[in-house]
Design a protein around this ligand. Structure first.
Ligand SMILES: *Cc1c(COP(=O)(O)O)cnc(C)c1O
Length: 231
């Protein structure tokens, strides 16, 4: 199926999920995850109306930025090594994967050098799986309080990756927990400072939307199965 047909189907499913939960589907932004996808096929997504693309590797991201229109909004969604921060700062609209203090400090340093502010989401390891990156939920508030001292890193919300489950319904508690963590953080911190919830992938995005996701990260649903599995 063409990317535009896939997108239309995904949009219908997002709208239906939002309706089931009594939410507005316009508040849900689809980020097309383009790892392993050639530029030609990504252009189909852009032509179909996608404005936001996500990558999880710095090198692939830099290559794609050079190949695709400059007005594209890029999201970095993968684990980020501190030595790669320099080549990322100034090139992305949002970092979804701030998962440790050391990375926050390096972002602060590099963004400061360029006189920029980096918008970030805090990746939270809601499931507690040892293979997953992310801040422990019990440490989230302290982490956010510490972040307020950094002037070039601005927290905009939370991100999580649910465990891969055969029945997406089983992912619901993890999404719900992320939403409640954001709510609690918003109560404790000044202003409504964490409006963004990045949760839901091909396997589980409808449940994530029902639980309040406003950023969903979709690869397979839009582009088909990846030939080279690059997680
Ligand atoms: C690859 C990836 C996605 C997209 O995965 P699909 O299951 O293909 O939709 C979303 N989020 C992250 C962090 C990823 O690495």
């Amino acid at each position: 199926m063409s990317v535009s047909e896939n997108l239309r189907q995904v949009q219908d499913r997002v709208a239906a999920a939002a309706r089931r939960a009594g939410l507005h589907s316009e508040r849900v932004k689809i980020i097309a995850v383009t790892k392993g996808v050639p530029a030609e096929r990504i252009k189909e997504a852009l032509d179909a109306g996608i404005g936001d693309l996500g990558e999880n590797r710095v090198q692939e991201l830099t290559e794609k930025i050079a190949q695709l229109p400059s007005q594209t909004c890029w999201h970095f969604i993968g684990h980020l090594q501190t030595n790669k921060v320099k080549s990322l700062v100034g090139r992305i609209a949002l970092l979804h994967s701030l998962d440790r203090w050391e990375l926050a400090l390096e972002l602060e340093r590099r963004a400061g050098e360029q006189g920029l502010t980096v918008p970030v989401l805090i990746q939270v390891n809601v499931s507690g799986e040892r293979t997953k990156f992310g801040i422990n939920p019990s440490e989230l508030i302290d982490f956010l309080v510490d972040l307020q001292e950094l002037h070039h890193v601005k927290a905009k919300g939370l991100m999580t990756i649910a465990p891969y489950v055969s029945d997406p319904e089983q992912a619901r508690p993890f999404f719900r927990t992320l939403r409640l963590l954001a709510r609690r953080a918003n109560e404790k911190l000044p202003g409504d400072s964490l409006p963004l919830l990045s949760m839901g992938m091909t396997n589980d995005f409808e449940v994530a939307v029902e639980e309040g996701a406003n950023l969903i990260r979709l690869g397979t649903a839009l582009f088909g199965a990846r030939v080279h599995l690059k997680q």
